[in-house]
Design a protein around this ligand. Sequence first.
Ligand SMILES: [Zn+2]
Length: 271
Amino acid sequence: MSSAGTEHNRMIAEQLSGLISSGRFVHAFLFCGGDRSAREEIGAWFAKALLCEEKSGRPCGRCRSCRSFDSGNNADFIGTGLPEGRASIGVDSIAELQKKLSFKPVGGKYVAVISDAELMTAAAQNKLLKTLEEPSGEAVIILLAERRDAMLDTVLSRCSVYVLEEAEKDADPALLEAAERLHSLFESDAPYYRKKECLSLILESKEGTKELALNFLDIFEDVSADAAVTKASAAGMTAAELAETARRQIKQGHSVPYTLKQMCLGMKARR
Ligand SMILES: [Zn+2]
């Protein structure tokens, strides 16, 4: 695994690698959570490792299978997902996949990856269920989905489910600056109106206020948690907890200005 992987995702890759070497695994996997690129990356890595002729648990990168995988010509790999110009993955896409799986693979087995699997209609998932229940040969089906709850319970029960973690992104410099300013005001016990100034960037934004606020709270929580560790700041710990609460409330639909105000008012530096 490379860059998009967090420590947690690399641990998942290790587990998967162990499964391949042991040869004992189910024939359907669901990777959900994380960001799209992390899901795509682990899905491709796992597919390549499953197809690798060395069977060492990870892609060797040298065998015929690995090389054809890299050039996008591995006949035993089937990649599918949202058809162009469509809003969902329908039964026709699954029928097409099942047709491909009915032919004999070149190597030992087929590995199919379904990207954006959360966009499969219920009918498509039901159709896929048949393949999950009675896989043709040794075929392995890998589903990549944003959310686990978008999948039918019957599909989930057939899959080995792995929840990925979001890869760290570089923070927006303006939000980072505002978060650092707010944290230092918190530590110095500055009055509310000064803390509120740090939030103007979010409160005055017309579009994506909720998204922006959640993004800001993530950064603020990181800044506070860092301060708690590096400067043994008691204020840092409370700030991280307040940020966590605020984020949960905003996700539940509480008003952004009200929640952020409550967060600032709750900031009392403990000394
Ligand atoms: Zn290989």
